[in-house]
Design a protein around this ligand. Sequence first.
Ligand code: ATP
Ligand code: MG
Length: 581
Amino acid sequence: MEYELISKPGADEFAVRPNLDDYEGTRAAFDYERVIDELDGLPGGGLNIAYESLDRHVAAGNGEKPCILWESKDGRSETYTYADMARLSNQFANVLQQLGVEKGSRVFVFMDRTPELYAAVFGTLKAGCIIGPLFSAFGPDAIRDRLENSGAVVLVTTPKLKAKVYEVRDDLPELKHLIIADHAEPPEAAEGELSWNELMAAAPETFEIVATGPEDPAIMHYTSGTTGKPKGAVHVHKAVLGHYATGKFVLDMHPDDIYWCTADPGWVTGTSYGMFAPCTNGVTSVIYEGGFSARAWYGVIEKYKVTVWYTAPTAIRMLMKAGDDVPKRHDLSSLRYIMSVGEPLNPEAVVWSEQALGLPFHDNWWQTETGSIMIANYAGQAIKPGSMGQPMPGIEPGIIDDEGNVVEPGTEGDLAVRPGWPSMFRTYWRNEELYNSCFRNGWYITGDRARMDEDGYYWFVGRSDDVINTAGHLVGPFEVESALLEHPAVAEAGVIGKPDPIAMEIVKAFVSLKEGYEATPELRRELIGFARGKLGPGVAPREIDFIDSLPKTRSGKIMRRLLKARELGLDEGDTSTLEDD
Ligand code: ATP
Ligand code: MG
């Protein structure tokens, strides 16, 4: 299906382009180094993400502005100003220093989305340590792998979550301090534990930020594990230039915005865009401690009058599944700009949101390794549904062939980016060899396949590992999944290549159905016919299996490698990020 270009009337008011005039007006002229003029820096040429996020605003007289509007799981609201967050993070930085934790040490957090989590992240950065966030739904093995690989010396966790840590604590000789924090009740510290409340109460409220330079490591994030074992991507303080600039130009942040990023800080989106981009731009963020439900999410938007919303395709597909009546019961008129990241955004989802929410989702592309958004559909530009958009100013992506040469527009190839942007990862922790293998002919190879059209829009084809070779055609699973999603019965689809003696691989789809539809042989035939009509017989699935739900990472990405391993009866590999059924 051909989708129409979507542009929102009035979007120009917030368009990204006028702001770009400050940077001589063109994408090419955009110079990341100039961004630093808009930030403060530390005395002596230093740079610290936490200072730029919090203290800079306090120093400018904006300390009383709300930084976080926190909504607890049980519906309580609390407000934290920029001055509050600066003070709390100072205290935690003092705690680390008093414990003798040195610059460059790894400090991990394993907590729900409470204000303490945010204070711990910023405090760790102020102390010059490297912060490592773990998603609170991880099991003991996932925790052990990451703490062991990183050599973390401090872990901040909660009374509820600590049992999982105790299961593996004996395997972690480098982990010296276990700090227990609870937002609700100050817990008693047990033997071998430290109490967050006691430590914080004794810690001074001012702190001289440790002298960090632009190239000092600041944060490490393990990747989502969609294609294999998660890797610890390391980012430096200079990444803040990317957080700030993309917050301004892609997220289109304006001072009065109420912004909500739904990602958990256990994943890079939840720190780069749940903390650093909004805070460096001085906007007010909603932090919702609870999990997904369509009613609760629309309720958060209504209650806090969210204006800018950043979420992910898996959540959008769930909202679609919940039906168009649910948004109608809420006043969502505060929303002016909505975005998606993390997986390909099916064009159907863009068309749906235009109709059901009155706004199209703007897709953008980046990954843990890139640290900030690389390609985006901007607020003021027409969207081509199904496209990831155009490069962020100052970023040079390319579609390249096996030799590292740029291919013609319209041709599929490896999506690569010219190294050197500020938020580029500097290594995979303790795996320099793997890091070095990511570069070819002067390009960073992202592991994704894509093409660029004549207008300079980028289109996602698939992960290199997922591309299917069927009878001499290369087929990206995304295209097939998106076609299936256009059928009213289909809630989600995951597509793999199944080995075949004649065609090399055949296209096989796994489909979960919307409520009210039954998995019958007739429906299977109908779906195959439907896909053929859209894609042609060479690309349409030859086999379709119905399943209740697709295996996904805890960050919501379809794990095609697991569908394939299960289909072929092979070892499932690393499943530490697999969502519970
Ligand atoms: P791993 O590297 O461990 O397999 P992962 O690649 O899923 O996990 P992330 O860094 O969280 O880990 O995800 C980045 C990847 O997500 C991208 O490389 C791309 O494959 C996919 N992705 C993110 N945004 C988009 C988008 N807008 N369109 C298509 N794919 C996207
Ligand atoms: Mg990846």
